[in-house]
Design a binder for this molecule. Structure first.
Ligand SMILES: Cc1ncc(COP(=O)(O)O)c(C=O)c1O
Length: 324
């Protein structure tokens, strides 16, 4: 009989505050014990790496004594788009999924910064690769602080090429795609770097293992287009919006060469988990002064305000989790 009991150390890693463990996950809309969320080992998902997911955050506002979940509907919309592209049957009701997710946070009584996941798997027993169902949905909300430190990332341009829309579409969050970023990250860590960026097959800057990339060069803020093998990041979209509306900066969405990064004034990465984080060096070439530049710092500040509903208010990005 497999042992699903967690060790004391495992329990401790999911403590939000002393004495406040995460008790529940959601499985197809039902609360289940955290240690009891299971997928069959012979499911299509586990046998062939079929599945899609979303990763998003909620932020605690001390001022409002409120927890805000960031761009929930946009993430769930992308989850549904991902299901469509990789052909998984699954729930389509964004409103219902969102309510379930916020209900899960309340059931766990979480009041601190956290990361949420929604995952859709194909749970056919002894499944075939082409099975599209039956699907099963798990959701989790786990306390999470900074993903990266604040000292800046030392990034290696990977020798692995980013996968492409002609093979494994990077536009969607398919679990199988993550092997590509994983290889890049392992290579970077082995070589003493903290993170990796991947190039497209034709040599343009694409993105990192779990983040999109921007640079400031010759006074222009630039980011690769969605046709250059990237996930259509929701943080990327938020940054574009904040740059244009709050900072009044035009953004060039255009292919970026590797060596443009070496001579950039600022480089930063962004993602729901990664937030907005400056890159201190690329392939050991220091970017700017190696510290976060002015535009990066302004966008970091605006993003921190946006996630708790302080800017871009008309966008309805920050959803209160608890009734006020
Ligand atoms: C490969 C990849 N690119 C970019 C991102 C950033 O996307 P988002 O801002 O929607 O979290 C992520 C994060 O999930 C990712 O996994």
């Amino acid at each position: 009989m497999p042992n699903f009991q967690e060790t004391a150390a495992e329990v401790a890693t999911r403590q939000t505050a002393p004495g406040q463990p995460v008790k529940y996950l959601l499985h197809d809309g039902e609360l289940v014990d955290y240690a009891d969320a299971r997928l069959h080992v012979l499911s299509t998902s586990l046998k062939y790496g079929v599945g899609v997911f979303e990763g998003f955050r909620a932020y605690w506002s001390e001022d409002d004594q409120q927890l805000y979940a960031f761009r929930v509907a946009d993430h769930l919309k992308r989850l549904i788009d991902s299901m469509r592209v990789v052909e998984i049957d699954g729930p389509q009701d964004i409103g219902l999924l969102g309510d379930q997710l916020l209900g899960l946070i309340r059931a766990n009584e979480l009041r601190g910064n956290l990361h949420m996941r929604a995952q859709v798997f194909v749970d056919s027993k002894d499944g075939k690769p082409e099975d599209t169902g039956p699907s099963t949905v798990f959701m989790a909300a786990i306390p999470m602080g900074n993903y990266f430190g604040s000292t800046g990332l030392h990034v290696q341009i990977s020798s692995w090429a980013r996968l492409s829309d002609r093979s494994m579409p990077p536009r969607v969050k398919s679990i199988a795609n993550y092997q590509n970023g994983r290889l890049a990250l392992l290579e970077a860590k082995r070589n003493g770097y903290g993170a990796a960026l991947l190039l497209t097959e034709s040599g343009h800057v694409a993105e990192g293992a779990g983040y999109n990339v921007f640079m400031v060069r010759q006074g222009r803020l630039c980011t690769p287009p969605v046709t250059d093998s990237i996930l259509e990041g929701i943080t990327r979209d938020s940054v574009l919006h904040l740059a244009r509306t709050e900072l009044g900066i035009d953004v060039d969405i255009r292919p970026i060469d590797r060596t443009e990064l070496y001579s950039a004034d600022e480089v930063f990465v962004c993602g729901s988990a990664a937030e907005v984080n400056h890159v201190a060096s690329v392939d050991r070439t220091t970017i700017g002064k190696g510290t976060a530049g002015d535009i990066t710092r302004s966008l970091q500040k605006l993003y921190r305000q946006a996630v708790v509903g302080r800017v871009a208010g008309d966008q309805n990005w920050a959803t209160p989790v608890y009734p006020s």
